[in-house]
Ligand binder design. Structure first.
Ligand SMILES: Cc1ncc(COP(=O)(O)OP(=O)(O)O)c(N)n1
Ligand SMILES: Cc1nc(C(=O)O)sc1CCOP(=O)(O)O
Length: 159
């Protein structure tokens, strides 16, 4: 996977596992609540690594994650998700509020399709994470391009 991503100019982020990310020289790691300390991950991975942090609907968690060395924060779920049906709901207004409080890129996740993503981007999401909306499509490449076209400004999660 790492080689495939590198050949196509994609960042490769490992979910949950800092030591695995180090072992395979991934570009970074994504951490949820039970996945260990963000500060410790930054210490282990170094200053250039991308560290994403799930914040559910908590602005406080995002502020804390930024202080501990996160590269981006993620909020969700914004719409019902068949991939993660038990994910607690987050509010679109939270995206607006967090913009004034932190300087990190913000990712939105949960039930997001190319047809319902626009209000989230308008509210301040810099990135959209999607599973079903892309991999459930008949033409995955075309669907990914529809998401990409929703963004009219460049962004980077690289510190
Ligand atoms: C943006 C984003 N969100 C969540 C994940 C990982 O999903 P999961 O491990 O199920 O969720 P959390 O434990 O992080 O809440 C991801 N890779 N990217
Ligand atoms: C992995 C994950 N985390 C979520 C959260 O709300 O934190 S929702 C989710 C599933 C995302 O898949 P889909 O795009 O199919 O809904």
């Amino acid at each position: 996977m790492r080689g495939l991503c590198a050949r196509h100019g994609c960042r490769f982020i490992v979910n949950d596992d800092v030591e695995l990310a180090i072992a395979i020289e991934a570009d970074g790691v994504h951490l949820g609540r039970g996945d260990g300390s963000v500060r410790r991950a930054r210490e282990r991975l170094g200053e250039r690594a991308i560290i994403g942090v799930s914040c559910s609907g908590s602005i406080e968690r995002a502020v804390e994650a930024q202080a501990e060395g996160a590269s981006y924060v993620a909020f969700g779920r914004f719409y019902p998700s068949s991939t993660k049906p038990d994910a607690p709901p987050a509010q679109i207004e939270t995206l607006r509020q967090v913009r004034g409080l932190i300087g990190l890129p913000v990712c939105a996740i949960g039930g997001i399709t190319a047809d319902n993503a626009a209000p989230l981007i308008e509210a301040g999401a810099d990135m959209i994470a999607a599973v079903e909306g892309i991999f459930g499509a008949a033409d995955i490449r075309a669907e990914a391009a529809r998401y990409a076209a929703l963004f009219h400004r460049p962004f980077s999660a690289v510190p």
